[in-house]
Design a protein. Sequence first.
Lengths: 388, 321
Amino acid sequence: MTHLELDSVKKVFGDPEKEGVVAVNDLDIDVPDGDFLVLLGPSGCGKTTTLRMIGGLEDPTEGEVRFDGTVVNDVKARNRDVAMVFQDFALYPHMTVRENLGFGLRRENNDMTGTEIDERVTEVAEMLEIEELLNNKPAQLSGGQKQRVALGRAIIREPRLFLFDEPLANLDAKLRKTMRTEIDELQSEVGITSAYVTHNQEEAMTIADKIAILNDGELQQLGTPDQVFNEPANLFVAQFVGSPDMNLFQGALSERGDSYRIEMDAASFDIPKRLVDTEIDTDEVLVGFRPQDLYQARTRATNGPEFDTQVRVVEPVGTEAIVHGTSALGDVTAKVGRFHDLEPEDQMELTIAPEHVYLFDPTTESLLKGRLVTERAEGGTSADSVEA
Amino acid sequence: MATDNTDPTAEYRKNQSWLYDSKAGGYVRKTAIGLLTLVIGVFVLFPLYWMVVTAFKTTSEIQQIPPTVFPADPSLEGFRLVIESSIQAGGYAGLVSDLFGITVTSAIDINLLGLIVNSLKVAVGAGLIAVVLGTGASYVLSRREFRGKNLLMSLLLASLMFPGTAIMVPEWELISTLGLFNTHLALILIYGAMTSPFVVWLMKGFFDDFPDSIIEASQIDQCTPFETFWYVLVPMARNSLIASFIFAFLLAWNELVFALTLLDNSKFTVPPGLLTFVQGFNTQWNVVAAASIIVSIPVLAGLAYIQRYFVQGLTGGAIKG
């Protein structure tokens, strides 16, 4: 049970005075006891370095790492009482599964006898359903089984913190989904504060209590999955989170009474001022549409923009399809239902509700208006769109 | 374009060659490979064969011209002389005559068992020194960055290229100064020093390939650096350590020049000991061959037992996860 804090943590590889590489810069993260933090970002953004600094495998150049208010910068990894699951699992190849699981307990300075350790190993193996593998060596296990052993090695000790370094990256897609759910369940069950590194935004969204999105060593946003999806702090977060990628278009903005008028190349629409929290004082904006928020105008009417799109590719994904098309605004990606009659070259009309539109400042790239969930009424026009 | 009466599979046969795609060609290839293997085999094994055959010949047959390929009159004379000599020189003559009532007298005065024991002592000592020093050095050279590291590695490699005899005189002086002349410790130190660089290179290859994450996992599992080394690195390095040990062991077992010059008769190891059987024109080659066979047996038996580790260790730091 640990309250984890990172306070202005900075990591420079190489000589800080000369041309050191700044891997992590001025990072502040606060993870309350029992929370599941996901560090999300593209390759080389510093997320793994951050995790390794929490685990004590890397020393911060500046700043403090605190467990329950105690600065642990000088505490070595082996004394921090954390457990870590590595991307390549890092099982000891010369030990059986039983020995792998029990190794940490045997090295630990505890009063457990050999029998007690064996019992604990069996208990954990049953929990992870690997009890029949206990006498196998890691080389005889499949990827998923190795993953379970690696998890078992982490949970057997009931550590202060769980650290996961892209634990699912080496698994196939189906296994990744089941293991993701299992890790989530396991963590909620034992209630141990966890930090989890991934570059997969979908994984992050499903598993996290809080997501920290990093880019180039800088924290972009720290928030719940809903927050980073609906109110991304900036353009980077908006584009990194969510799949397929957000559509972005240039637009001109003007005030008109109690709404903002957005003019784009082929469409224009009004956004009531009530939907916008911030004061907008630019006249140029970047307009963002999530593919999920686009509808075919023939199926749903909105007060937002409508624009014609020529279908290029239809990618069915079950009940919906991802449609890539060309419109006067530019290339558009939409996730729509009723796609069976759509063929390449067809014309369709797309629309989006004003509540769902994102607006960004084109120079600072910061968010002006996010996606409002509560405003949306199912089945068509919302109360707002009537007055707009 | 294929017409009606051509074979429809002809398309797939365009690239065929007689040597690789016909039955006759297959036989030709197999025969050629077999012959080549045979030639190489004879080249490698004939000296060994000749040693064995010589051991079973009588002195007169050995001197016969032309020589016989098989002993016409197999005899264990050579073995008898070696064993008698060992019994007498080892001081067991009295014991043997008490137990079996056989009186042993021998013109030769060499105790083979004593030679083997001396050699084992020296070879095991040298092997241990090489493995312990070489492994420690290679771990540091592989895992730490420091100034002069490449120079050090090059020096170690260069030292392997030196013929041992080139540094004979300074070594001799050194041993003399240390007062280690005519001791087995002198040989252990010299052989250990000669083989350590090789062990460094071999083990460095292993440690270079060693995944960091396993070491980090052991740190997370609350291991001290020594525990990591002892419980994780050493067991995983087992094959490479065995290969290193065998290499150092064999070099020490086979080395002649230092042993001959630094020791006197009473402390000889196997190679100079065998040399004392060779006595100018009077050499009894069947005795030399028989002695050679006898001293090879313990080494062969040991190697047969651990050779799979040796091969795995030499073929690289294959760490299977």
